[in-house]
Design a protein around this ligand. Structure first.
Ligand code: MF3
Ligand code: CO
Length: 261
């Protein structure tokens, strides 16, 4: 993870462009999601959209230490897959699935990162509730992204939103600062204590993300080295926005009509 860098007004304006492109990828994929569609098809939609915007995928070829490079521009995480599912021609969506799509792109050297979990056809009432609760806890957390507050205020909202509904948040993966690097300080865990952690300042840009399991918080890695699933097989959802901390409060840089429904 790179160090925290405060962004100027001009830099935040630039980040709106990558944010818009990343949001458009999610929106286009959302329009295509249906029973019978493969996750490889969703990857093609992502690549076309990224090319159309003259953007660069932040995920394709991304290589953490001691890891294979990530082979795609999106993560496609179905049902008990929490994060980092890899698109595959053989992974075909079925009625009743939920699928988390995560994507980040850069334009002019600045990244935008977002994620959304979609229903496929008709989903169970418990899956419906998972999506609703996880998404609204993200918005409650974003409301805390204002100067004077602390990272713990954001994290606590993510945790409370999930746990007050009997769900659990992931402990081993976090949101992050974002800018010229996909991952900058600070780390933004999905759990925390109000009033604790780094104080927020205007010009910080944060990728706030939450990962919520219906069951236990425990997760495991599959042999492909990327895919993370719940240990108990329970459903998991994720939502993420890139958010600028401005003097008058948070501004979501990855907003689109997808989120207005
Ligand atoms: N959204 C995830 C993150 O911010 C992305 C994982 S990068 C991938 O950390 F390339 F591995 F997918
Ligand atoms: Co992210």
């Amino acid at each position: 993870m790179d160090k925290l860098r405060i962004k100027s007004k001009t830099e935040i304006e630039k980040m709106k462009r990558s944010g818009e492109a990343a949001a458009t990828v999610l929106k286009r994929i959302g329009e295509a999601i249906a029973p019978g569609v493969s996750t490889a098809e969703l990857e093609r939609i992502s690549r076309n959209t990224i090319a159309e915007r003259n953007a660069i995928s932040s995920f394709l070829g991304y290589q953490p230490p001691d890891h294979e490079p990530y082979p795609a521009t999106i993560c496609t995480s179905i049902n008990d897959v929490v994060i980092h599912g890899i698109p595959n021609e053989n992974h075909v969506l079925k009625d009743g699935d939920i699928i988390g799509i995560d994507t980040a792109v850069s334009i002019d050297g600045y990244h935008g990162d977002n994620a959304y979990t979609f229903p496929v056809g008709n989903i169970s009432p418990s899956a419906e509730r998972l999506l609703k609760v996880t998404r609204s806890s993200l918005y409650d957390a974003i409301d805390e992204a204002k100067p004077g507050n602390r990272i713990g205020d954001i994290s606590a909202k993510l945790q409370d939103g999930a746990e007050s509904n009997g769900f659990s948040v992931l402990q081993s993966f976090s949101g992050h600062g974002i800018g010229r690097s996909l991952h900058e300080a600070p780390e933004i865990p999905c759990l925390g204590v109000p009033g604790r952690g780094l104080r927020l300042r205007p010009g910080m840009v944060l990728a706030i993300e939450t990962m919520v399991n219906i069951g236990l918080p425990d997760v495991q890695s599959l042999p492909d080295g990327w895919t993370i699933t719940t240990v108990d097989g329970s459903l998991s959802a994720l939502f993420e926005h890139t958010v600028a901390v401005l003097s008058d409060g948070p501004e979501i840089l990855t907003r689109s009509s997808l989120w207005e429904t």
